[in-house]
Design a protein around this ligand. Structure first.
Ligand SMILES: Cc1cc2nc3c(=O)[nH]c(=O)nc-3n(C[C@H](O)[C@H](O)[C@H](O)COP(=O)(O)OP(=O)(O)OC[C@H]3O[C@@H](n4cnc5c(N)ncnc54)[C@H](O)[C@@H]3O)c2cc1C
Length: 510
């Protein structure tokens, strides 16, 4: 029988390294001398990227699987609750132009496609406001839960905004103390190959040679195993997703600032600004294309967005990052798999990176090959599946850009058909006549459900001409009742839910 997979070596200790370590260790906890051993080699003098602050609701399950108490996470990571994204000025550069992509599905979604009915109503209110109470909750900066709600449960679906620096201390501490993950603070300096092309071991500066059976590349943009050692190329995506640069600042709260319940993404002349509310400060950044805007102008957009003068901005430290979108041609090669920035990067418009890390780490944990022979099959399936996911995310991100009516060249070029994936052009043609809905022929729904497409499409005022066959009567009745129940739900919850600020204050003072 082929020798079993026993030792997992993770190179890199950013969010990708520690989430992967935690999920694998939680599932295959070492038991005495037996079981899987998980170690993380983390270079003490190479900093993490430190800017990923928006998460999906998947993060609740990730933390729960690792045995973390929600309040401990919230307190230690300066975290707050995120209930979706608010997109401002994407359709037109006007103050009143905004829509939500909330985490909750439209009310009644599992029974019927209420978007069809919404399209048929004259003088309609905005889509996200009509079909989901979460927009109202977010506009009032309310938390998704009460102080008495159990861990990871709430009245509304939610993820978090977290302080990436604090998370990178909290998570390793937990994984080392409670999940038996071995931490090797050292720098990998070389790879030792086996005869079959696998990685047999990695060499470190101070801890010698570390052998393993599966090597996970979490070295960030350096991609030392997949990129540098195996020379697996990156498929660039900047012809579709134009932004290639980001500038980021950390902004202290002013007294009157609320802790927002959503990530606010405000469109700019050549990109967009993210605004993430933590419990302790705001994280704000401008993602833009250097082809259409220079750094000075991009910084000025941030200054103006924050309502600061030059002196005010100078008091904040501004970080600049290169962030061209692209992904690896292969993620898992031989006995090495890339997770996190080493696998690729897509602009953080829907904060999909940490979700992809969680999903791919779970795939590995759940399908952990027992032998090297089994790894061949698992890695082939992993590559197919994960490639699909990257393509689906790109398809969805591009949708946000190509429906805009903004007049700047960046936006005009974003609408050119040459910049759109063929699948998106096809979908847009289909959606002229019918709304996005469950479609067994379409695997794209595995990352973003049809509801997400509806929120963006109708938030951006896309014109779907109603089905000429007409609406079935039962749908009319059901949808009308559903829309009433959305407004009554919002009215019922408003007095029950605390503001983010008051709930986080109560949690942090316990
Ligand atoms: C501008 C911006 C905004 C973002 N916003 C979001 C967001 O809102 N939501 C979201 O989900 N994601 C976001 N992301 C992505 C997110 O930040 C990353 O996916 C996440 O932090 C994972 O990074 P990582 O662990 O792969 O890499 P890194 O954080 O770069 O970690 C790399 C690790 O590798 C180690 N290392 C490197 N070389 C060696 C070596 N030779 N030996 C040993 N160790 C080594 C380093 O020490 C470090 O620990 C954003 C990214 C950017 C750039």
């Amino acid at each position: 029988m082929a020798p079993p997979i026993r030792k997992i070596v993770i190179v890199g200790g950013g969010a990708a390294g520690w989430i992967t370590a935690g999920l694998i260790a939680a599932k295959h906890r070492p038991d005495g001398h037996d079981g899987l051993k998980v170690c993380v080699i983390e270079a003490p003098d190479i900093p993490i990227i430190g800017v990923g602050e928006g998460t999906w609701p998947t993060m609740r399950m990730t933390l729960k699987k690792m045995g973390i108490h929600e309040a401990d996470f919230l307190k230690n990571c300066n975290a707050s609750f995120k209930q979706g994204s608010k997109f401002c000025r994407w359709q037109r550069d006007e103050l009143q132009d905004f829509y939500y992509h909330p985490f909750d599905l439209p009310q009644g979604y599992n029974e019927a496609n209420v978007a069809e009915y919404w399209l048929s109503t004259p003088d309609k209110m905005p889509f996200s406001k009509t079909v989901c109470a979460q927009e109202h909750i977010c506009e009032h900066h309310l938390a998704p839960k009460q102080i008495t709600s159990p861990d990871y449960a709430g009245f509304m679906n939610y993820g978090y905004h977290l302080d990436a620096g604090a998370f990178s201390v909290f998570l390793p501490d937990h994984c080392i103390a409670n999940l038996g993950v071995e931490h090797i603070p050292d720098t990998m300096i070389a790879v030792q190959s086996a005869g079959n092309g696998d990685i047999a071991a990695v060499e470190t500066k101070n801890n010698g040679v570390i052998a393993g059976d599966l090597f996970i590349d979490c070295t960030g943009f350096r991609a030392l195993l997949l990129g540098e050692h195996y020379r697996v190329g990156l498929k660039p995506m900047t012809d579709t997703l134009f932004p290639d640069t980001a500038i980021a600042v950390q902004m202290p709260y002013r007294d009157s600032d609320p802790i927002q319940s959503s990530t606010v993404a405000t469109a700019q002349a050549a990109g967009w600004i993210w605004d993430v509310s933590l419990s302790s400060r705001r994280g704000v950044g401008h993602v833009y294309s250097s082809k259409y805007m220079d750094e000075e102008k991009a910084v000025d957009c941030v200054r103006s967005y924050l309502g600061l003068d030059d002196k005010g901005l100078a008091s904040l430290s501004v970080r600049k990052l290169s962030i061209g979108s692209g992904y690896r041609e292969t993620f898992w090669k031989n006995n090495s798999v890339a997770i996190g920035l080493s696998a690729g990067f897509l602009e953080p418009l829907e904060a999909s990176a940490l979700m992809l890390i969680e999903t791919t780490a779970n795939m590995i944990a759940d399908n952990m090959p027992t032998t090297r022979d089994a790894m061949k099959i698992v890695s082939k399936r992993f590559n197919e599946r994960v490639h699909g996911m990257w393509k689906h995310i790109i398809h969805f991100l591009k949708l946000h850009y190509c429906l805009s009516e903004r007049k700047e060249q960046f936006w005009l070029d974003n609408r050119s058909p040459e910049s759109m994936p063929e699948t998106l052009k096809e979908d847009l043609a289909l959606w002229k006549d019918q709304t996005p809905w469950y479609d067994e022929l379409n695997s794209r729904n595995e990352v973003f459900p049809p509801a997400s497409y509806q929120y963006v499409l109708y938030g951006m005022e896309y014109k779907t001409v109603l089905n000429p066959r007409g609406l079935p009567n039962h749908l009319r009745t059901l949808a009308a009742a559903t829309f009433d129940s959305v407004s009554s739900k919002a009215e019922r919850l408003e007095p029950l839910l605390p503001t983010n600020r008051s709930l986080l204050k109560a949690i942090n003072s316990n």
